[in-house]
Design a protein around this ligand. Structure first.
Ligand code: NAI
Ligand code: COI
Ligand code: MG
Length: 350
């Protein structure tokens, strides 16, 4: 057996707000699930809005290089409260989080949605939601191409350019087809090519071209606005959704809401070429409105740890976590603290 079968060199970035609270539970459960079978070396990094306030650092290049040396990164969330005027809006999101995702080439942002048995959904019936969103993670409108001309004047012009490359679109579309092939064999491209014609047509042409290599997978297309109707009225029609960085961000918060809440939604930022560590984090943000009160649901972070273990080839402990989460969710009755949820799931996987 290789050393990778027994050892994980894990970077942990708890971040801001509820990030440290939910990440502590994810680490607790991960360690309990692997037990003595895998030696996990943890290195914690203080990064995020609070760190910037204390030091003026977002993501120094030296820190990025240290992060690059780990097997994987477990991340909580970063960001200040929307009204916090001490921190320029977008600074931490762009100069820490997006810099990290782009630098480590996390081109597949995988966000599974499943309505677990026992979870009350505002809209969907049990068993009707089981799809994954494959969100492009390194391009789109999040690349920071843009600017302001004549800022603050009545003639101000603000741009935010969406970058879509043939290479970037092809690799994520191909990944989505591979995933669809291993699932219910249905891929839906979500975009807005009736208005965003240049990017939209590149995505559509790419899906048509890659589809030829996957004759077992059927594919269709929905404009993003109509897709949101079906996500609410008929989520069972989706198996694999592939979409760009911005649409994927929005689609997956709605997907989380209809499948039991943002506290259950896990994600993986994957470098599928394995040229750098992948990063695992809940879909949600730092939730400043509930931070520090031990009321956040750590399930999304815990399920993200399971995705991490799977990515590194530790399928058995990942499976234990997923089953324990499913049982924990099914048995929920009253309110529990963040750490009580983590304790219960950790006990179940030990
Ligand atoms: N990956 C990341 O680090 C992300 C960071 N952010 C940042 O987080 C900050 C807050 O952003 P918001 O727009 O408020 O989004 P958010 O996802 O942090 O919170 C939205 C709502 O969901 C609730 N919520 C989130 N996670 C929860 C959990 N685990 N359990 C129970 N309730 C939960 C919050 O209390 C809030 O009411 C901002 O600075 C934003 O930029 C937002 C999204 C992702
Ligand atoms: C804060 C953003 C950079 C990202 C985001 O909202 C997300 O990835 O879900
Ligand atoms: Mg988001």
């Amino acid at each position: 057996m290789t050393d990778a079968a027994h050892h994980i060199d894990l970077a942990v970035i708890p971040g801001d707000g509820i990030g440290p609270e939910v990440t502590a539970e994810a680490v607790k459960v991960l360690l309990a699930a692997v037990g003595n079978a895998v030696d996990v070396a943890l290195t914690e990094y203080e990064l995020g809005a609070e760190h910037w306030l204390a030091t003026g650092e977002t993501l120094p290049d030296a820190t990025l290089e240290r992060l690059r040396s780990h097997d994987a990164i477990l991340f909580g969330a970063v960001g200040a409260a929307p009204g916090d005027t001490r921190i320029p809006s977008g600074l931490i999101e762009r100069e820490f989080l997006l810099k990290l995702r782009f630098s480590l080439d996390h081109f597949v942002n995988l966000r599974p949605s499943r309505l677990y048995p026992g979870v009350p959904s505002p809209l969907a019936a049990p068993g009707t939601i089981d799809f994954v969103v494959v969100r492009e993670g390194t391009e789109g409108p999040y690349t920071g191409n843009g600017g302001t001309l004549r800022g603050g004047t009545p003639h101000e012009v603000a741009t935010e350019v969406s970058l879509n490359t043939a290479h970037g679109v092809e690799r994520v579309v191909r990944d989505a087809f591979v995933r669809a092939s291993g699932r219910r064999k249905k891929l839906t491209l979500v975009h807005k090519h009736n208005v965003l014609v240049y990017a939209g047509h590149l995505w559509k042409r790419t899906v048509e071209a890659v589809a030829a290599d996957f004759p077992d997978v059927s594919h269709d297309y929905l404009h993003v606005d109509a897709a949101m109707i079906f996500l609410v009225t008929d989520p069972s029609r989706f198996d694999v959704i592939v979409t760009d960085n911005l649409f994927g961000d929005i689609v997956t918060d709605l997907a989380a809401a209809v499948s039991g809440g943002i506290g259950l939604a896990a994600s993986a930022n994957l470098n599928m070429d394995r040229t750098a560590p992948s990063m695992f984090e809940p879909v949600h943000g730092s939730a400043p409105d509930i931070a520090g009160r031990q009321v956040a649901d750590p399930t999304a972070a815990i399920l993200s740890a399971a995705l991490l273990l799977r990515h590194l080839g530790h399928d058995a402990p990942a499976e234990r976590i997923e089953q324990a989460v499913e049982q924990d969710i099914a048995a929920r009755s009253g309110a529990r603290s963040t750490s009580a949820v983590g304790d219960a799931i950790a006990a179940a996987v030990s």
